[in-house]
Design a protein around this ligand. Sequence first.
Ligand code: ARG
Length: 566
Amino acid sequence: MLIFKTKAADIVSEAIKMLWEQDVPAHDVADMLEYPPDPAMGDVALPCFKLSRTLKKSPVMISDALSGAIADPVFDKVESVSGYLNLTASSSFLKDALFGIIEEGDRYGSSDVGKGKTVVFDYSSPNVCKPFHVGHLGSTVIGHSLKLIHEFGGYKCVGINHLGDWGTQFGKQIVAFRKWGDRETVEKIGIDELVRLYVKFHNEAEKDPSLDDEARAEFHKLEEGDPENLALWKWFLEVSIAEYKKTYRQLGIVFDSYKGESFYTDKMPAQVQKLHDMGLLKLDNGASIVDLDEYGMPPCLILRSDGSTLYPTRDIAAAVYRKETYDFDKCVYVTSAQQILHFSQWFKVVELMGYDWYDKLVHVPYGTVSIDGAKLATRTGNVVLLKDLFKMSVDKVKDIIREKNPDLQNVEETSEAVGVGAIVFLYLSNNRIKDINFNLENALSFDGNTGPYAQYTYARTCSVLEKEKPVGARGTVTVPEEADVIKSLLKFPEKVAQALDDYEPSVITRFIIEVCASFNRFYHSCQILKADDPDVKDFRLSLTQAVNNVLRTALHLICMKTPNKI
Ligand code: ARG
């Protein structure tokens, strides 16, 4: 209802000027306006006590005077109730707003707050040779959704997959592959085979610790640029990325850069030198650290005692590189909440190093995921692989579609969109910091507040519009169900802004649910194609068209696909 709020604020501000010759700017009034919990109290309300001090009058006097003075076709009702000014949008305002939404098409809800600004998003970032498990889903979908929301807000965005592609584990992988692996099997099976080899290495190293020394030596050779080890490592990387890309394709995600941790190998020494020159490094049992005691944090580890670099070292070098390369206005990192300390530590180190952009680094943490209801074969210890979860969900959707809509074409594509979407939607329904418990049955239900329900509602609008399209800009609101749909659609720009400010895609998810609920109430209680009056019919088709546009845009913002038929 941003447009209505803005309009209402303008009018109230004018009325204040007229009544009391006081200047309360419209945007200040807009900040005071609230959405009443009960629609009987208007679409927006002004709690007049907020003006008492400025106007030196009681809230009741203010609301009474304002309600007497305001008469505008934007409002259907202007009521003063115990110091509250309750404002209800008129049918003619809502009708115009609806046609405005349709006119804006897929730009409706967008803005240019970010014009000329660049934001870097570091998200997904799995560790190479390790399986992509449900824990990575959060970073992947929250990160990508935030990127899309920022783009919608006019920002230039860069999506980086900061792959965990460097570290001693690659020495282990190399040893394991040479001892027990072969090319053909890895080529055929992919990451799962690499994981099997890695797990075997750990089991064997427990019996024979000399394997660890061997692995260290191989990693050292890799660091020195040994061509054979380098070729193997590159190949492991390719195998892994090829597999991740399958998941990204299912989610409709494309990255601008796959520069992982290894990319910063030759960029770290300069930063370590700078830390050293600034006197920030301290020796601690042979390791180099930055003491953060003063800031209530444990020390940030920069170099191991053997001189090798660590995760924070790579993050510092990467941030400097990104600032130089993209000149970002914000650099956003999306990871699980378990890494909050890691980010606080190295953000502080960047600040101590005198980089004046330290406050442009943003960590966006999210809660953990657990699974119930889905008994998944766990091939690798205790983690649930994302591809297994997706597959299970897609298969279930396929069964449902075969049963309920056996004639549907594109069953494969549709089942994938709905099955994967169900998991994404559930994931993005809650505040990101909350822990999530997956229940596949609930996620797949077509009548809860789920992904399938939202996609089904979208498909419903498509099927109406497939039969007939609105001629356009005819008719007006005749029943409250229509008004409610428009009121829910009007919230979109404001919800996008909130999702952006709070780094919270769930604001969009909840908005989608609200639009679906109001549209379905309308759909069940009003005739659309069979309406007798041609104006009424056309207006309802326009309404359906607007819901179709807005749902498609909003679903895409949260990484959901929008099949026309389910
Ligand atoms: N690879 C890390 C992990 O899986 C996440 C990396 C996040 N990004 C970063 N710049 N530290 O835990």
